[in-house]
Design a protein around this ligand. Structure first.
Ligand code: GLU
Length: 607
């Protein structure tokens, strides 16, 4: 049965259309945070992100005639100011773009790369012969820093599709960081949680701990970053990739500015200017799967986002979830994602280095065979084995191969979604990996370096597609997604959250497309993440609602993080739904991470 999103949208418009737009800052002395609203409906363009200042900047770009790509870069640069521990020019990310004129979806892989001199045993402590303690030792290091891809992503996106220059797109963020933003509880908490790591480096403690942990409500300024953005705008990214900023980055990775105030070991890295000069953001085709009459586009490897979300959807399409009880549908969702994660672990890595069977993983026949593993009445013991992409025929009973190790790391990153009045859409996830990245600020430049290389497997195994190799991109889970119906975008979304990114995007799609929820309800709904581990990680609200029934089917649960901590939440979605006649509904989190910020250029309701 074909159920179009437009049909579903009409049914749920009443709950979806409650929002208002982000208003400009009131005229009071000193910076004030714009109001945060989780849902905004209207016309003329939309932005959704985790942060009200960043969303306001993106909307302003759209109001002044910028397009979705201009707004995405300006919003991302602003997130580098207000969310410096999640994203910024020292990191990488993946951008998915729908071009209204050509009706094509194209992606940019702006993932960080390993230096040419990176050794396969880089994460083994030579003193002990055993792997470094992951947190805080390995993550706080030069050896974990990959060549940043974010500046190249911004420049590539603007050159191909933007109407602003890099300098124009960075200007609002430069002004924001010069003027300062109001410290919210999340920023204060993240600074506190990273204090030991920041204290390890003179540059980081000077920037983030100058007067101790910044107080909630105080103004945080970063004039170094303002200068950096201005110079990057003026000189272009060759300042980083072939110029003096690159030399500073390489020197910082090779000899981080140690304060001597902590005992962290800080293994150094081997990044050189030549590594920076070799870096390219890659413009490449998206993944695509058909799902219930819609086309779902995502990020191809080096991210595992597109293949894992796509394979899960293909498996789920073998069943009519909309005819099931919510618990039955969730059972299928959990089982499908476990199967897709088994294949992710077995097959997905950087395609420049390993042969990734992307076509097989997204083949409906393969999915049909994988779906045989789902018992509607009982959860399979986890971990489930990977399937065999070399031989499948869609018939049940196929032999399985070996088991895979689950991947459970990571909980930071940020996502933004933009749409413009011409129908262009951007779905963009960017990160510096860990909250606080490597903990190392480039001295005098105001931004943190990533620790993305810890996304490689720690211990070298020649059969592992995600093993360390020089010049390689570590496997990501980032899943920026755009859904089309009859060639036009109807939904775009993404999330942070390490490997839970995949399940968060999948769960919101299932909530919206199969379970009849409005987009705001689909985003707000309690989350659970099955990444082929013995226990499903779930938010407390999910356990309260569904654990009894799902446990009776054999699922085992672990509550996500300690209550009240940021780890108790899974993901932070930013999404936009595009309805008929240019109507847009921007949706951010109502409560997770303190709530996100959605806005539209011309709101339907409100002011
Ligand atoms: N580095 C992670 C990835 O690329 C994202 C970091 C996170 O969300 O925690 O999959």
């Amino acid at each position: 049965m074909r159920r179009t999103l437009a049909t579903i949208l009409v049914a749920s418009t009443a709950t979806a259309a409650l929002g208002v737009s982000v208003a400009p800052s009131p005229a009071k002395p000193g910076p004030q945070p714009p109001p945060k609203v989780p849902t905004a409906t209207g016309y003329g363009g939309a932005v959704s992100s985790v942060d009200p200042d960043a969303t306001a900047i993106g909307l302003d770009v759209l109001r002044r005639g910028g397009n979705a790509v201009d707004a995405a870069v300006a919003t991302a640069a602003a997130l580098g100011v207000t969310e410096p521990y999640s994203a910024g020019m020292g990191g990488g990310g993946y951008l998915v773009h729908y071009d209204a004129r050509s009706r094509r979806v194209t992606t940019i892989d702006g993932r960080e790369t390993a230096p040419a001199a990176m050794r396969s045993d880089a994460f083994i402590d030579p003193a002990t012969g055993a792997p470094y303690r992951f947190t805080p030792d390995l993550v706080t290091s030069g050896v974990s820093v990959g060549v940043p891809g974010t500046p190249a992503t911004w420049e590539t996106a603007l050159r191909r599709w933007g109407s602003l220059s890099l300098s124009q797109a960075l200007r609002p963020a430069a002004r924001l960081t010069q003027r300062g933003f109001v410290v919210d509880p999340t920023f204060a908490l993240q600074t506190k949680e990273n204090a030991e790591r920041f204290r390890t480096f003179t540059s980081s403690s000077d920037l983030f701990l100058a007067d101790g942990v910044p107080a909630v409500g105080s103004t945080f300024r970063n004039p170094d970053l303002a200068r950096t953005y201005r110079q990057l705008g003026a000189q272009g990214t060759s300042w980083l990739y072939r110029g003096s900023l690159g030399a500073e980055v390489a020197a910082t990775v090779q000899a981080p500015p140690l304060s001597g105030d902590t005992d962290l070991p800080v293994p150094v890295g081997d990044m050189t200017r030549a590594d920076l000069a070799r870096y390219r953001a890659l413009v490449q085709a998206p993944t695509r799967v058909g799902y219930r009459g819609l086309d779902v586009f995502g990020m191809a490897p080096s991210s595992s986002g597109g293949t894992t979300v796509g394979e899960s959807l293909n498996i789920l399409e073998q069943s009519d979830l909309s005819a099931m009880t919510t618990e039955q549908a969730l059972h299928h969702y959990l089982e499908a994602s476990a199967l897709a994660f088994a294949d992710r672990g077995r097959y997905v890595g950087d395609p420049a280095f390993v042969d990734v069977p992307t076509r097989d993983l997204l083949d409906d026949v393969y999915a049909k065979e994988r779906a045989c593993e789902i018992d509607p009445a009982a959860a399979a013991p986890k971990p489930v084995p990977a399937g065999d992409v070399r031989s499948y025929d869609g018939v049940c009973d196929a032999p399985a191969t070996e088991e895979v190790q689950p991947d459970t790391r990571g909980m930071s990153t940020t996502h933004l979604t933009t749409a413009d009045r011409w129908g262009n859409v951007v779905s963009y996830t960017l990160t510096i990996e860990q909250t606080g990245g490597s903990g190392i600020v480039v001295p005098g430049r105001g931004f943190l370096l990533n620790n993305e290389l810890t996304d490689f497997s720690t211990v070298y195994d020649p059969a592992d597609p995600n093993r360390i190799q020089p010049g390689k991109r570590p496997r990501s889970s980032m899943s920026p997604t755009i859904v089309l119906e009859d060639g036009r975008p109807v939904l775009a979304l993404g999330s942070p959250g390490g490997s839970t990114i995949i399940t968060t995007v999948l769960q919101v799609l299932v909530n919206r497309l199969d379970l009849g929820m409005s987009l705001p309800a689909a985003v707000a709904a309690p989350r659970a993440s099955q990444r082929n581990t013995a226990n499903v990680t779930a938010e407390q609200a999910f356990l309260d609602a569904y654990a009894a029934t799902l446990t009776s089917l054999g699922h085992r649960f672990a509550v996500a993080g300690p209550p009240g901590s940021s780890a108790s939440e899974i993901g932070a979605v930013a999404a936009i739904e595009l309805g008929p006649r240019g109507r847009m509904t921007a949706v951010a989190e109502p409560t997770r991470r303190g709530g996100g910020a959605a806005g539209v250029v011309r709101p339907t309701l409100g002011r």
